[in-house]
Design a protein around this ligand. Sequence first.
Ligand code: KIV
Length: 257
Amino acid sequence: MTTLDFSAYKRDGKKISMITCYDSTFAKIIDQTDIDTILIGDSCSMVMHGESTTIPAKIEWMAEHTRSVRNGTSKFIVADMPFLTTRKGIDYATDCAGKLLQAGANAVKIEGVFGQEEVLRHLVMSGIPVMAHLGLTPQFYQAFGGHKMQGKTEQAAAKIMEEAKLAEEVGCFSMVLECIPHDLATKITQASGIATIGIGAGVNCDGQVLVLQDMLGMSGFKPKFVKQYLQGLDLIKNAMNQYAHEVSESVFPGEAN
Ligand code: KIV
């Protein structure tokens, strides 16, 4: 997969599957699957660092997770630009995005377009592919008054529609649409020349993204838009309990071990 394939998939009506990943163990597993592309999300803040929001994510974390994932896969990797890294001027944003590409990312993802059009244009012109992220952008959760669905009123929907057009204009190669009404996501997808990747935005987006630990049922986080494809928590706990039991019963290590 390359940046060009996102548009090619859209043109050919082929859906794009994206999944988050933060470490090389899972990257090696994903590498052996049909998943199209990987996101090193700033959700690593919650999933890997135990924080309650994405705000604490730092560029150093993102670069380390990116390196770790790159060491396990040759798939196309998008890495998140963490909180405020695109709001401190072009030079700082370029340094941060450069760190992610040097760590092995193929592209960066940036929340919001309004107010940072020049930064986005500069990154694109510098050879750094940018995926936009619109709708419920978790880095704005304080401003939104919580992690709430966005674009519910006509006015709010029109604003997201306008931001989606701007994302394409400034040169983004695709965009994530998070937690917006499905008909709005459909309209954006139909109107846009770049691929939309949805999460909580309905089936008509050009692709879908889920957090790995959520879809494997490992995180205990199950909003309506998450589908658990595995009961990971139960499976892992059972295996660990079996190990603990076998140690206490002197069953493990056996002859073969
Ligand atoms: O950080 C993340 O995992 C994300 C996805 C939920 C889109 O941005």
